[in-house]
Design a protein. Structure first.
Length: 271
């Protein structure tokens, strides 16, 4: 059985993809920019942004799940280097994870992901693209930073459809086990929640008291966000709710502790 290569395999999403692939009996290879060991899978050293080591990393693999991201800074170059290496190696299937709304919301990171999608589509490699909404982990990270201030700004009219990263990982593992599918059906969380609702829920779970300040932010990006450009309500396939994610993160500590459980992984790979 040929291995499946996972890029971004040490991040929040990628590490879960690796875990699920191993649980299903797949041989797994993980790309890292530095030498690593352990984890029950093979490690290969390479840098997608420069292309160094990528040809060796993709040699002999059955497929690739690309979970790597630089939050837009080098995503286009990284995708170009990866797809070129896959084409040279004759790898038949690339599964690429993207974000719901990259074609509607004019944020710099989203534009980079959309450009990367085009490279995947035009690569000559069999491809599948899965767009997902924001992960619970990312939403909590943003709210944690905001809650450092006694006044927490909340974007008026902006809604989010957070999804459990484990459910996105499970979908990616299903997709990589099949034939290239082009654009797969999007995946979103089970609830669409306003920024204020999310902030209140986070503060309650963390045992924090803060003043919420609604702010109507200007610009085309926030117009699209207020219009729901980041949402996919017709594909609310996720099951895990934001409330359940908060309970998992803070559960057992009680109101007023303000102490979070240690994150399962240091990276957040979705914007």
């Amino acid at each position: 059985m040929k291995p499946i290569l996972v890029t971004g395999g040490t991040g929040t999403l990628g590490s879960e993809v690796v875990r699920l692939l191993l649980a299903r009996g797949h041989e797994v290879r993980v790309l890292s920019r530095r030498q690593r060991s352990g984890g029950g899978h093979a490690w290969v050293v390479g840098d997608l942004t420069t292309g160094e080591g990528v040809d060796a990393a993709v040699a002999g693999v059955a497929a690739v799940v690309d979970c790597a991201t630089t939050q837009g800074k080098g995503d286009v170059a990284a995708t170009a280097n990866l797809t070129a290496a896959l084409r040279r190696a004759g790898v038949p299937h690339l599964v690429y994870v993207s974000i719901v709304g990259v074609d509607r919301v004019p944020i710099g990171y989203y534009r980079a992901k959309l450009a990367a999608e085009r490279l995947v589509r035009d690569s000559g490699v069999g491809w599948t693209i899965l767009r997902a909404t924001q992960f619970h982990d990312l939403v909590m990270t943003v709210l944690k930073v905001s809650a450092r201030s006694p006044v927490v700004p909340v974007a008026a009219g902006v809604r989010v459809q957070p999804v459990d990263v484990r459910e996105v990982a499970a979908r990616l593992v299903e997709l990589v086990g099949g034939a290239p599918a082009g654009y797969a059906p999007e995946i979103g969380g089970p609830q669409v929640l306003g920024h204020r609702e999310l902030a209140l829920a986070y503060l309650r779970a963390a045992g924090l008291r803060r003043v919420l300040l609604p702010v109507r932010l200007p610009g085309a990006a926030f117009r699209q966000l207020r219009a729901g450009g980041n949402l996919t309500p017709e594909r609310a396939d996720g099951v895990g709710t934001f409330a359940q994610a908060l309970a998992e993160r803070f559960g057992g500590r009680g109101p007023g502790s303000g102490r979070e459980r240690r994150d399962r992984d240091g990276g957040v790979n979705q914007g």
